[in-house]
Design a protein around this ligand. Sequence first.
Ligand code: ADP
Length: 579
Amino acid sequence: MINLKTHIGRWPIGLFLAGLFFAASLGIALYLAANSVFTQAELTRAKARANLYQTTVEDTLRRLDYLPFILARNKMVLRAANGLDRASLSLRLAELAEKSGAEAIYLMDMDGLTIAASNYGSPQTFLGQNYRFRPYFQDAAKGRHAEFFAIGATTSRPGYFYADPVRNTLGQTVGVLVVKADLSRLTDIWRRSAESILVSNADGIVVLASDPDWRYGSIRTLGHTRRAAIALERQFGTEPLSLLDWKQTESGKVTFQGNEYLDVSAKISRQGWTLHYLGNADRAREQAWFVVILSAVLVVSVIAAVNFFRSRRLRFALAASLDDRARLEKEIEDRRAAERRLEKAQLDLQRASKLAALGELAASITHELGQPISAMRNYIAAEELSGEEDHTGLVQNLSSIASRMENITKQLRFFSSPVQDPLGPVLVKDVLAGALSLTKHTIDQADITLRIDGGDIPEMISANAHRLEQVLVNLIRNAVSAMQDCPIREMAIELVADDFEITLSVSDTGLGLNNKAIETLQEPFHTTRRSGEGMGLGLAISTAIVKEHNGRISAHQRKSGGARFSVTIPRLATPKDPQ
Ligand code: ADP
């Protein structure tokens, strides 16, 4: 059983913790790298946007800055400054304002009183108003070009003021011509772009912003003196100029009203203004997290897929090996069953053939021995009845009967040898010599001419020498018997070897086979011999013995008369043989 305290799944807890630590470290490293890359990309984008907005602000501010300079040199303006045709100048200025897109154009005398204005017909006309307190008036009255951002004292609308002195022919300043530009179009565009942009002035007060709520707030603490000076100039009307929740954090970042931004600032070449483009700092973090989560999902998916395919392969392999094993076990079992059946069949066959042979043998022995025994009885009874003293005839008869009975027992001995003797390497010529020594006497007695060809070849076979001798003896005796009543009695024994086999044949000039096939002659108890001379078992047993030696036995009718019996046995390969 798995100990849950030391194992999680198949993993030991140590390995699991190490894996977890490794994965966490990898995740953190990936997050930091991705965050840095995405932050850098966001920063690059923010810089490009900041540059764009800086250019548009400067272009907008530049658009009308030449106008007061040109108008201040206009004759009508000079005449009006000198107290002539002021009403017609107002008409002319209205036309000019309309054409140039300025919010208002007006002329002030040296006291700061507006003496002609483009908005002369409007309820909030500047005509008759005194703007001496405005720095732009004071600077222009001193003969300088001046610019100033302020909330309108009359209209309460913010605007950018350009002022230039109006000089008479003597070069004395006799008035101040002012153009007021409306910058609200600029901030409207920013708002619609859904980007965060603000422009702060030299005091840190927001003068332009994409979000109207940020306007006139301060990103820096304003000193009392500055605040008093601003109030005096009425730059921001009644606006409280409250401190905005703006904090510079690490380099390039700012927290503004609870949100973190990438702060890219760009200097505007007028009024000491600075444009702040606030890039999205969260986006880089979100993208970095996305990369980490995506990578984790990918890694987990890959691991899961690999595990899935591996376990599937293992399952298949296991199933296949189980199948193989089952098939193998079945094959083994089938083979064992077949072997058992074969053994049983062989045993049954052996038993059946033994019984059958035993039965036949008993009948044959009874039959064969019956005749000489009844003959003996007859001779003895006849001898008793004759009452003769001389028993020579009886002795002769009895001895002939005894020799017949001996003949019968000889036949029986032939197949009483043990069957299971092992085979071993023997020289085939030794087997032949053994068989000849046993039959020499019989051959000589029957007055048979014997010829032996190849009787000294050195070939070897795997055999039971004694059993094979019996086969040869039987063939030789059969040949002798076949020639018994023939005038020509010649026997030829031949030993021939080829690469694989050795053939030993016995030919005679006897009665021949009379068209009988070898299969018929091999039948047990098939005999053409006289009762007591043969039992018809010799060839049957010889065939069995030759089979034990993996050989075969064949018989042919010779053309010249007589028969030829051949025994063929596989040759035993000796080391000097090429095969
Ligand atoms: P048996 O010799 O006791 O008759 P065998 O089985 O040895 O029994 O022979 C069976 C029969 O085959 C013989 O009776 C004989 O008819 C025939 N036979 C065997 N050898 C020869 C032979 N050399 N020539 C003619 N017939 C033969």
